[in-house]
Design a protein around this ligand. Sequence first.
Ligand SMILES: [Zn+2]
Length: 567
Amino acid sequence: MEYRAFALKYRPKKFDEVIGQEHVVSTLKNAILTNRVHHAYLFSGPRGVGKTSMARILAKSLNCFKGPTITPCENCVSCREITKGVSLDVIEIDGASNRGIDEVRALRENVKLSPTYARYKIYIIDEVHMLTQEAFNALLKTLEEPPSHVKFIFATTHPQKMLPTILSRCQKFQFTLIPLEKIKEKLKRIVENEKINIEEHILYAIARCSGGSIRDGESLLDQLVPVIMEKSLGEDIFSFLGIIDEPSLNKIIELIVKKDIKSILNYIHTLSEEGKDLEVFLTSLIEHLRDLLLAKVSIDTFKEISNISPHTRDFLLQKAPLISDSQILKMIEGLIEAKDLSKKLNSVRIPLELTFIKFFSSSPKEGENTTTAPIFDKLSSNELPHKNSELPAEDPPQMSETTEETCKKSLEEEIIEDIEKSMDCSFQQEEEVKEEEHFDTGQRLEEVKSKWKNIISRISKKRVSLGSYLSQATPYSFEEGVLKIAFPKEFSFHKEIVENIKNIKFIRENISQIIGADLRIKFILLSEDREEKGDKKKKEEEVEANSDAEFMNELLDTFEGKLHHGE
Ligand SMILES: [Zn+2]
């Protein structure tokens, strides 16, 4: 069966299928019903929120043989051709790739001709802000005196980059990010329709990761379905998404409210043992506390703008009265400092633990002055972690003679020392490798092979699922600065996952850090029998095909996943 990406398969075809842009839909419907359709529209807003889909629906409504209508028939030649993206009277132009004056001149010539069979000639120009100045000027001339059979629909993510003279000639619609709940509902409809069983909290997580773009949500779902089908991965979906699930964050909030420092430290330990990305945890926790603060400060705002599931919303509303604003603020500030410090130290765990220890030790008898201070400023002896132990000791040594300044220094030094010890490869070693510029390619491959276990373990520490996928692969060749990493043929699914653009970047960075040189990487699939000489050609073809796939990935990423005219 032919595979179609969800974003294409479930692209809205009618006004009523568009989600999250109700204000635009109702104004456009009204214009069609009252026969007051403007000759030029500008749809602006973030990527992946339905601008081009809306443009196509509007075009279909205007050109349907039974129209103009707000419910295009989907059956007439015009409707069908617009859906397929092949209508001669609806011309889609990508401003990013046809940005010159020649294209616009051709358009101006073309505009004079009547539609072939439909009511209007409709030009949909996507990313219109990318047109050159000359092209804009040429376009302006057409816009000043548009023939009555012509309509323009411009779409852009950057309306501020457009000429004011063009803007003033368009009816403008601002598209907005789509609320979490609506994205989740659409994803739910998709999985129900595809008969895939995915729990609601996972759909929420995907919706949260999509950041208000339905196209991103659908693409994430596309990537995740195979992962989810492989039942054994369970919780790892969240590492795949690079987020921490809401129940985990709620648990920490619960412990903060209870002031249970021991369980918090144990919990951080568990997360770390499970290979959860503590940096992601830290960021997610800051966001979660911000939501908790909102729940305290303004319930209405909280309900409106927080990007969380209804269950978590209720949970936070329930916990909000149990902690003061200033305590939440203090916690957030401490975590932000921990985040900064973690970059300096290249470790998240220790700053994270220290933040909690400091928070609870300096803490919060009710009514006490709760002004915040930078993490190390008022560090007293009873907040120091036990030397040589990542977990703080219950009974720390006395250091009452030490001045604040030296205390601060020695603690930072101690932390850095500990972290260096625990790293796969020290900073010094990395520097040394970088010095060797002309590295023999065979030698380089051997080097990667010899450090492959280190690489896997380093990646596993940060992203456990990614590490386990990658452990099925082996370094295959190194040529012209490109390291090819091969999966056995039966692991094509693993290869697809690691090839996700974010994953490639992450893997490349980690390999480069261990090897000490920036290596480009490519994943390939091996033929069934790599010894068989006759298969060599086939194997090479596969390598080629994979380069194309990677190229497409990069391309799609650059152009924000915009594939015109379909599949
Ligand atoms: Zn029709």
